[in-house]
Each structure stands twice: as C-alpha cells, then as structure tokens.
Design a protein around this ligand. Structure first.
Ligand code: NAP
Length: 476
C-alpha cells in the first residue's frame, strides 16, 4: 500500500524535467496524477505512459498558462478528465511546478515591461489562481506545494526578474499556510538548486562541472531528488510542516566543491574526465572556463586540426576547463531577431547558455579575403550579453599572413560587443605544412610558448573580470 493511495494530485508542468519526476514519484506512492503541460503533447504522453507502464495511474491535461482564460481552461479540462478517470472531482494535492525560466540570463537593464508581465503571468498569477481554483475542490487535509528556486537566496543579477517571480510565489505558501491551517491543509515551498532537467546545457561536461561547484556535493541535482522532498510534503508525514521554505539546493552555503572522506552525501555520477581540484577554492579562484570556437565551416577546412591541438594544450592546465563549440554544429537561423536578443528561438538559447557559462573565449579562425569568415560574424551578431566583459584569445592560421588580418579585424568586432581581446596571439603561417600526420605541430616550441602566453593573459583577464563583476556587475 502506498502513502498516497486514493489521493488525486495535479502537477503543473509535468511533461518534462522536475515536474515529470514529481508526477512519477506521486504516482509511485499511489496517487492518481493529472499531468499538466503547455504544448509538448508528446512529452506529456510519455510521462503518462511511463507511469502507467510502472503500474501507476495518470492522465494528461493541456493548458498554456500566462494568457487570458488559462486557469479556466485548465480546470474545465481537469474536471472532465477527473469525472472520467477518478469517480470524484476533487484535488488532494496541488504542485505548482510549471514555470518559465531565463536560462541564458537577463541582465537587469534588459527587463522590459512586456517580459515582466509575461513572467509574472506564468510564474505568479497562474499558480495563485490555480491554487484558488484547486482549493474549491480540495478536501480538508490537502497539500499545496510550490516549486520556487534557490535564486531567492542567492544573488545573480541576470536572474533578477525570474527570482522576483519566485519570491512572489513563496508568499503564496507563507500566507495561505496560516489561512488554511484550520482545515489541515499545508502549503509549502520547495526550492531546487541547479537541477538537470534534460536541457542541452546539461550535456556539456564543462558547463556541468562549473554548475556542480555551486553544491557542497560537487554535482548538480537530479529531478528525483526534488520529487522526494515533494513526496514527503505531500504525504501523511508532511502534515506538521506548513508555510515552510524547504531548501533543496544541494547545500551551496556549505562552501564550494566536494569534501574528502566520509559523509560525502549522495554519490555523484562519474565525470567524463576528472574535474579540476576545487576544494577550498573561492568563487574567484575556481577554474577558468573557456569556450573554444572553431570558426571555419568551409569544406576541407583545417580549423579542427588547429582547434584540437589548442584544446589539448588548454586541457593540460588544471586551472582551465574548455567547452569546444564548432560553428559547423551550431544551427542558427539566417535571420536575426529585430533588436531584442532575448526573443531568440530555443535553438539559440542552448548556445547562449554555453556562452553565458564561459569566463572567456578562444577563437580559432582562418583568414578569408583579408578578414575572418562570415560564419563567425553571424555567430557573434547572434549574441550580446554573453560576450560582454569577458576576454577573448585569438588563434589564427592561413597562408603567408598566418591569418593575422582576420585577427586584427576581430579585435574591433569584439570591442563592439564589449569583449576584450588579449594582446598575445597564436598564428600559423602556411598552416597545413606546419602540422604532422598526427595532427600535432612539427616544430612545437614556438607555438607552445605562444599558446602559453595567450592562455596566461586570458586567465589573468578572466579572473580579474570575474572578481570585478562580483563586486560591480557590468553595465553596458
Ligand atoms: P522544464 O524542464 O523547462 O519544464 C517546464 C515544464 O513547465 C514543462 O512541463 C512545460 O510544459 C511547463 N510549462 C512551461 N511554461 C508553461 C506555460 N506557460 N504554461 C503551462 N506550462 C508551462 O522545467 P524544470 O527545469 O523542470 O523546472 C520546473 C520548475 O522548477 C520551474 O518552476 C522552475 O522555475 C523550477 N526550478 C528549476 C530549476 C532547474 O535547475 N531546473 C532550479 C530551480 C527551480 P511543455 O513541456 O508543454 O512546454
């Protein structure tokens, strides 16, 4: 017999990520679960079929939140589905999980009234009125759980708007808890830290490594771990906890990086390569994370050979981590959005998140017609805040000029996006003749020395700017 046998739960945003894990967990504990989602029918059906195959009970409910009539649509559909699946039209457990996030960050200067209204409509207004409507159907002893965020306890200027919505969401629990205590209904918040919701950034080892340093466990959270906290609050043992903020952030306050020895907490999945040593390091000292961009997309290009050599050199330094971005693999639309880069499509968001996670950049570029390739210019133009107040190192290759005219042209372009190019460069004249069949330089001394100087300068700038931005966020 499960702790939630006979209970009916509505989990908003349950098609993917944390919401899906919550739906699966509540169903495993015996609840009949309404799997709410906005548009991703395939994902919602997958959540439902997974629950059913595991012996649980669930059904999907679609309703896009944040627009006129959103809550009415949700409850009309929920009521008719409950009449079909449950035999009683009631909700015992409500989990307000659906939310919009600004994964790539939104600097305070770029918060517009429209973005404010949209984010508050989805993250605050929808859960408030969903709560009100659910309460009309909730017997005494019910449970309401809001999924907030660790960002209400941690200053990240690029998450101001999102964090404001979560701060407002938390008020629902605080005040309703007192209001509903006489009915034995509990209302609480669970605040996850960075949790792997399956979005593309979680498949970039270097980005995950960096995010992992925010937790004392030295890794990012798993959706099931958030679901476990929700299950406790939803179950009979949660009846004496109300109006609470439950910290499920993976303990960032205990310091950066994993401990040694016993009591390390839940095991981390094995990293793809050993993470750089982080124990005892401050935010300012953690490894410098560099995105290394291979700029050429021309058939028969030589760029990957140069980039591979440089990455090998970079990764030999334990103070550095690298995320290689090959422009051949980046699929950005030809047309740029009008002016507001924040309105970019989802395919650009994943790349933006990788660039935003970087402390600096290295561009490996050839020279075409006295400049750098158009593919690189298009890529640079797609982003803005992601480049700002960060250093850029330039590695070039070409014929007689060694790509140096591309380097000089790039200096002015990067200055325009508020990035600083470092003085030292690595350049390969007659590049194809300078590498052996094993992809390594035939005369390594000179280029190794140049790469070291470039990386030393990049590291200095990256650390100096990181420290500076912590005290004084960059304003364009
Ligand atoms: P996710 O993977 O992006 O999934 C979002 C879910 O919400 C999906 O089911 C989506 O439905 C639904 N949704 C999004 N916008 C909606 C709208 N306008 N109307 C209705 N449904 C909508 O999210 P997640 O990362 O698991 O996050 C879940 C919750 O945890 C969010 O409230 C988030 O703020 C919070 N959180 C997440 C993290 C984290 O690191 N992941 C950390 C702290 C807090 P479709 O599939 O149909 O689009």
């Amino acid at each position: 017999m499960g702790a939630l046998d006979g209970r009916i739960a509505l989990v908003t945003g349950a098609s993917r990520g944390i919401g899906r894990a919550i739906a699966e967990r509540l169903a495993r504990d015996g609840a009949l679960v309404a799997v709410h989602y906005a548009a991703n029918t395939e994902a919602a059906e997958k959540t439902v079929s997974g629950i059913v195959e595991a012996g649980g009970r669930a059904f999907p409910v679609q309703a896009e939140m944040g627009g006129p009539g959103d809550v009415d649509t949700l409850f009309t559909r929920l009521r008719s589905a409950l009449a079909e699946h449950a035999g009683r039209v009631e909700v015992d457990i409500l989990v307000n999980n659906a939310g919009e996030q600004t994964a790539a960050g939104l600097p305070p200067e770029e918060i517009t009234p429209d973005r404010f209204d949209r984010m508050f409509a989805v993250n605050v207004k929808a859960p408030l009125f969903t709560t009100r409507r659910a309460l009309e159907m909730m017997p005494d002893g019910g449970r309401i759980i809001g999924i907030s965020s660790g960002l209400t306890r941690f200053a990240v200027p690029e998450q101001l708007l999102y964090s404001m919505t979560k701060g407002a969401l938390e008020q629902i629990a605080l005040h309703y808890a007192r209001h509903l205590a006489p009915r034995g209904i509990t209302v609480n918040n669970v605040a996850p830290g960075i949790t792997d919701n399956g979005s593309p950034v979680f498949s970039v080892p270097e980005a995950v490594e960096q995010m992992s340093q925010l937790s004392a466990f030295g890794r990012v959270g798993r959706p099931e771990e958030i679901a476990g906290v929700v299950a406790f609050l939803a179950g009979p043992d949660g009846g004496w906890t109300t109006g609470a903020f439950i910290d499920a952030r993976g303990a960032p306050g205990l310091g950066w990086g994993p401990h040694r020895g016993a009591g390390r907490g839940p095991a981390a999945p094995a990293p793809t390569r050993p993470p750089p040593p982080t124990e005892g390091l401050t935010m300012a000292d953690r490894p410098v994370h560099l995105v290394v961009i291979t700029a050429s997309v021309r058939e028969g290009r030589f760029g990957p050979t140069v980039a591979r050599w440089f990455l090998e050199r970079l990764r030999a330094d334990p103070g550095l981590t690298a995320d290689p971005v090959d422009l051949l693999d980046v699929d950005l639309p030809d047309r740029l959005p009008a002016t507001d880069m924040r309105d970019r499509p989802p395919e650009a968001d994943a790349t933006a998140a990788r660039l935003a996670a970087a402390d600096g950049f290295v561009v490996v570029t050839p020279e075409y017609n006295h400049s750098f390739p158009a593919s690189l210019k298009h890529f640079i133009d797609w982003f803005m805040a992601e480049w700002q107040a960060k250093p850029v190192g330039l590695v070039s290759y070409g014929g007689l000029s060694g790509g140096l005219r591309a380097v000089e042209a790039l200096r002015t372009v990067f200055a325009e996006v508020h990035a600083v190019t470092v003085r030292e460069t690595v350049s390969f004249h007659q590049a194809r003749e300078r590498f052996g069949a094993d992809g390594r330089p035939l005369e390594p001394d000179g280029c190794e020395q140049a790469a070291k100087l470039l990386l030393d300068q990049l590291t200095w700038w990256a650390l100096a700017l990181r420290e500076a931005k912590e005290h004084r966020p960059y304003r364009a």
